[in-house]
Design a protein around this ligand. Structure first.
Ligand code: SF4
Length: 481
């Protein structure tokens, strides 16, 4: 964490508050009161949250949030490659979430790897008479048709919880009969206020059904670690895992990007949990600490400054042999990263970026932009909690705007006033801002690029940001007449 107070020319607490007050005027009285608590100027020195968070969205404001099913199926369970993940309910949720999150997987699709759309495709009769029998049949068919699947997860969609189906009992019977783990996950979209409760529910199902049910096939060693909350977006895990291995660690399990069920189930045997996405997986790190005494450490693999800091922080927990390896790795990659900075910084220096992502990247990527000479002038999360905003305060420049569960109109208003040179957000925001002639990068999907994590990722990140900000397209937006 940096202690130096970062400021941005022209941005003061008063100017940011005035900008917030203006946009609040667009709401009816009740909405204005509710949204006011979720928008504030950052107080960097405080190191604590300046906004309320993890509250219900105000109806009708066009929130960017998703639901608990998205947090459970789309984020936590879906990336485990050797399991069949059943979207249990009507066809929509599984369809829209099929292949859209870029958690890349190795293996042979449909044989030992399943980035596919399995659904019970509820019809009216299933709602009226219940879907338990259909689920039991589906589980048997899945086992017959995909014999190499290591397990099956059942991810409930909204109607399942409303009609009172007992997926837990069906899963219990099926697991016994089929002799395969069947994990029921009650992640109906109406639960909670965002994706966030879906993370928590999924962590709890890993706790209840998976952890400690397997052991690693290889012997246990002093440098065994697990990489937690790394979803392999665009190959991020394939960049981070080899880096940790180069530093002398045995990364025995990745949760859950390109993940393997058996390895996740054996994670109670590692010496340390390295967590990247704190929001989605802090629950299981805390469970493993309480139950098995496994410590955990939060690291950041975005941009050379944070990678260097993170590797050194990690080495501190181990012996001299690891410390030496870590220093050797830093010495090997630092000149390569410096060359990237020298190439791109002159093209990006002084540019302003506004971020709006899910539960981690709005703070975790700030330093990678700063490595390229850019400044963050606003940042916010869809579904973060107070502990995330506490961690954000010190990363963001003082007095810049913080927005929680921002609506489209708020984002648009802030962009009009702050005139950022780049916005990093999601697919639902992308085309709005491009039409406003503001360069945009998708910070969920990496705009079909990546990886962005680790030393392998930073050159790609720098190239992509330059490509967006300095594209000649932006000069052609206004007609010459
Ligand atoms: S809110 Fe319900 S219906 Fe909508 S995507 Fe989530 S689970 Fe599906």
């Amino acid at each position: 964490m940096s202690t130096e107070i970062k400021t941005v020319e022209g941005i003061t607490k008063e100017s940011t508050q005035a900008m917030i007050d203006e946009v609040l005027e667009l709401y009816p009285e009740k909405g204005k009161k509710k949204r006011a608590a979720h928008l504030a100027p950052n107080d960097q020195a405080s190191g604590s949250a300046c906004v309320k968070s993890n509250k219900k969205t105000v109806p009708g404001v066009m929130s960017a949030r998703g639901c608990a099913y998205a947090g459970a199926k789309g984020v936590v369970w879906g990336p485990i490659r050797d399991m069949v993940h059943v979207s249990h309910g009507p066809v929509g949720c599984g369809w829209y979430s099929w292949g859209t999150r870029r958690n890349l997987m190795s293996g042979i699709t449909g044989v030992n790897s399943f980035p596919m759309q399995f659904t019970s495709d509820f019809q009216e009769k299933d709602v009226v008479y219940g879907g338990d029998k259909k689920l039991a049949t589906l589980l048997k068919e899945a086992k017959d048709l995909f014999p190499l699947a290591k397990g099956i997860s059942v991810l409930s969609e909204c109607p399942v919880g409303l009609i009172g189906d007992d997926i837990n009992q069906v899963a219990k019977v099926a697991a016994k009969e089929l002799d395969i783990p069947v994990i029921p996950c009650n992640c109906e979209g109406f639960r909670g206020v965002s994706q966030s409760l879906g993370h928590h529910i999924s962590n709890d199902t890993i706790r209840d059904y998976i952890i400690e049910t397997r052991e690693f096939p290889e012997p246990i060693g002093p440098y065994d670690i697990a990489l937690i909350g790394e979803y392999n977006i665009g190959g991020d895990a394939w960049s981070t895992k080899p880096l940790l291995e180069e530093c002398g660690f045995n990364v025995k399990a990745v949760w859950t990007g390109d993940g393997e069920m058996d390895r996740i189930a054996a994670t109670h045997q590692v010496k340390l949990n390295v967590i990247h996405c704190y929001r989605s997986m802090n629950y299981m790190c805390k469970v493993m600490e309480e139950k098995y005494g496994i410590p955990w450490i939060e690291l950041n693999f975005f941009g050379p400054t944070k990678i260097r800091e993170s590797l050194r922080k990690l080495a501190e927990l181990f012996d001299d042999s690891i410390k030496e390896k870590v220093e050797a790795v830093i010495a090997k990659y630092d000149p390569q990263m410096q060359a990237i900075i020298e190439e791109y910084k002159p093209r990006l220096d002084g540019k302003k970026v506004m971020l709006y992502v899910g539960g981690l990247r709005p703070r975790h990527t700030i330093n990678a932009y700063e490595d390229l000479g850019m400044t963050c002038v606003g940042s916010g999360y869809e579904f973060a909690h107070t502990d995330d905003y506490d961690r954000t305060a010190s990363e963001m420049p003082d007095a810049t705007v913080v927005y929680d569960d921002a609506s489209e109109i708020e984002m648009e208003h802030f962009a009009h006033i702050l005139k950022p040179d780049l916005i990093g957000s999601g697919i639902k925001e992308k085309y709005l801002f491009q039409k406003m002639a503001i360069p945009f990068r998708q910070m969920h999907s990496w705009d079909y690029s990546g990886p962005y994590h680790g030393y392998k990722g930073f050159p790609i990140f720098a190239r992509d940001i330059d490509m967006a900000v300095n594209s000649p397209t932006w000069k052609l937006v206004d007609a010459p007449f």
